[in-house]
Structure formats: C-alpha cells, structure tokens
Design a protein around this ligand. Structure first.
Ligand code: PMP
Ligand code: GLN
Length: 382
C-alpha cells in the first residue's frame, strides 16, 4: 500500500447512514434519518416524466434553467419581500449539500476561521476542514438552544471569514427571530465577514410563525449566501436538487467553483420544478401539513417517560431520556433501535466536542400509522 494522508482523519460514515442501516438490520421503525416515508406529489412525478418524454434531456444552463430561476425569484419576492435577480443571483444546485460545499470551497481559504453554531448539521465542518479553514465552535445548550449573541461576538476575530447559521434548525427544531438577525447584523457591520444561511426547512415552520429568512434583511444581504432544498419542500429528498441565493458579486465567485464540480443539474427535473412551483399551495401548506404530524406525535408521546422538547420548525423533535437511563446517547440510540425497535439519532453526533446532554432526535415526517406504532412503543418506556 502507498503512504497516503487522510484529509479527514476524524470522520467516519455519517450518523444518518449508520443509524438508518442499524434500523434496517433490526427491522426498526426508522425515525432516525430525516426523510418522509410517503411519496412526493403525483403531479410533479407526472411532470418530470412528461419532460423526459418531450426530450428535455440535454445539459441545462450552468446557472439553472431560466424558467426555474425566474420562478424562484418571484417566490422570494413574494415571501420575503426581497429583490433577487433570477439570472445573476440564483443558482440551481445538486441539493443543499452541494450548495454548502461549493460555497465553503469558493470563499474559505487556508487559515480562515469559520464560526459554526453546534449542534450543527454534519456537512459543514468537513467542508471547512477540506478547504484548509479553521472551524470555531459556538455551542448551544439545552433546553432552549438560543444563541447568546454577546458571547457569540467574542468568537469573531480578524481571521473570521464566514459564519454559518441554520433556521429552522436541524437538529434542535428552533428558529431564528428578528432579534437574532439584528444581533448578527450589529456584529458583522463594517466587517468583511460572509454569512451562509442554511434555510432548507424554510417552509416547515409552525404555529403561524413566518420564516425569518436572511433575505428579509437588506443590511445582511450584501454578505449572504443562502441555501435551499427542494427535497424538503416537495418530499423528494432523493432528487437532490436545491438552490443557492447570493448577491451577484458573490454568485460570480460561487459559480467559478460550481461550474467545475457540478456544472449543471438534472434538466428534466428543473423543467418539472419550474412548472410545479407555479402552484403556491404546494409549498405554502407545508407548515400546516407537518404541524399536524408534529401535534400527533406530541399527543401520542405525551405520557412517555421521554421528555420531548417543543418543535418550532423542521421535521425533527428532540427528547431527553435522562429519566430512563444514564447511558451515553449513542448507546441509548443503539439500544432504542435494537431493543425497542425505533431508530433515532444521538444528538452528540451534531457536536464536535461530543457534548452529551442525554438527548435523541426523532424525525416525524411519517404517515400516521408509523407515528402511532412508534407512539405505542414510546409510551411503554420506563
Ligand atoms: N442542511 C440541513 C440543515 C439539512 O437538514 C439538510 C438535509 N439533509 C441539508 C442541508 C441537505 O439538503 P439536501 O438533501 O438538499 O442536500
Ligand atoms: N438531513 C437529513 C437528516 O438530518 C439526512 C441527510 C443525510 O442522510 N445525509 O437526517
């Protein structure tokens, strides 16, 4: 064997793959990895078939199909009162993961610091490390998982290049309010710091709260790269299509990388999405749709010995199991899967420090029969 340096020595297989695999092996209900167990809208399936048959099968433009970019620009204007140019400020990507990876690669150089709020979705940190950046971690704590912006500000240095935020938040299911953005605006004013705002759950937000997109804040816009995912919005995580929004001077730089690591995204799906997007109901009703699932899951687990945290957005819910066990969260998650037949994600997997607050994450993007079966098991835990 040749001598080779592993660029990500700390990294194994993602927790989502590991826990989904374990759930399969033990025939457990998989509430671990975040994906719906129901199918995507039939009309979108029909549309993609139609465009394949019509012969829309050659490369789409590198930046995204103009009809789709136009539709997205109109949606953003409508929802967030923001003027985003369809051709120069939106790029269609292979899911939000690629958008995030490409953004980090395009903007972060060797020795740059990137501030991450943990627990954090797992793809941010490896991308920073691969590009030679230095992750600087701000840890959120249970039970409210709120950012104390004064403490956060102490992490900003001359070398800070990028701050990554995520709302609605995976895994804590919390959301940013106006005051969070205002605090971030104050901290970054008169700096050259960029903000990557991961908003893949923009439409999965509850209790009548509007999604506070960074795009609503004109003073933050000049430093923004925002990422989105059709997979979450149209229940087709397997399509891996998303988009990124940024001011044109940043998008020019983003596209220099995007054109060489992806070039362009599956064309017939973009034709289908452009047409499907015209029906606003399809995304505007999503919050209510998932709120029903959240409420059902809450009701079904009310008498469980697990203590569930409120979910304000995303399709996740955290639960504290400390009344049942003092095992490490990874051990408890494995036991939940093997012995009780429910796959979950240990929250320590979202912290670089491995911080273990005896919490597990459930995904409630499931049909009522599955939530009921899980509820029955969870109510018996003691
Ligand atoms: N960010 C967050 C917070 C997520 O939960 C996900 C979903 N897996 C992604 C990004 C990636 O989205 P996609 O599947 O479109 O790559
Ligand atoms: N976003 C999903 C989750 O948080 C999983 C995505 C993945 O498996 N990479 O569970």
């Amino acid at each position: 064997m040749i001598q080779i340096k592993d660029k990500l020595p700390q990294v194994g297989t993602t927790i989502f793959t590991v826990m989904s695999q374990l759930a399969r092996e033990h025939n457990a209900i998989n509430l671990a990895q975040g994906f719906p167990n129901f199918d995507m809208p039939q009309r979108l399936k029909d549309l993609v078939n139609e465009f394949v048959q019509k012969g829309c099968n050659q490369y789409a433009p590198m930046t995204g199909l103009p009809a789709l970019n136009n539709g997205l620009s109109a949606k953003i204007a409508n929802l967030y009162d923001a003027k985003v140019d369809a051709l120069t400020e939106i790029t269609v990507t292979s899911g939000a993961t690629q958008a995030i990876y490409t953004a980090i690669t395009a903007f972060v150089s060797l020795g740059d610091e990137v501030i991450l709020i943990e627990p954090a979705y797992d793809c941010y940190r490896p991308a920073i490390e691969l590009t030679g950046g230095i992750p600087v971690i701000y840890e959120l704590a249970a039970p409210d998982f709120k950012v104390n912006w004064e403490d956060f500000g102490k992490l900003i240095s001359e070398r800070t290049k990028l701050i990554i935020v995520n709302t609605p938040h995976n895994p804590t299911a919390t959301t940013f309010g106006v005051s969070d953005w205002e605090a971030l605006e104050k901290l970054t004013n008169d700096t050259n710091i960029l903000i990557l705002s991961d908003e893949v759950y923009e439409h999965i937000i509850f209790d009548g709260e509007p999604h506070q997109s960074i795009l609503r804040f004109p003073n933050l816009w000049e430093r923004t790269i925002a990422t989105y995912s059709f997979g979450k919005t149209f229940s087709n995580t397997g399509w891996k299509i998303g988009y990124v929004v940024a001011p044109s001077y940043l998008m020019r730089i983003f596209r220099k990388v995007h054109q060489y690591n992806v070039f362009s995204v599956h064309a017939p799906s973009q034709f289908a999405l452009a047409e499907f997007l015209e029906d606003k109901k399809e995304y505007l009703q999503l919050g209510n749709f998932y709120q029903e699932k959240r409420d059902l899951f809450q009701e079904l687990t009310e008498s469980s010995a697990l203590k569930f945290f409120p979910s304000k957005g995303s399709y996740f819910q955290l639960a504290d199991y400390s009344a049942i066990s003092d095992e490490k969260d990874m051990d408890f998650s494995i036991r939940m899967t093997k012995e009780y037949g429910i796959g979950v994600i240990p929250v320590s997997a979202f912290y670089s420090s491995g911080r273990d607050e005896k919490l597990v994450r459930f995904c409630f993007a499931k049909t009522p029969d599955v939530l009921e079966a899980a509820g029955e098991i969870l109510r018996k835990l003691s």
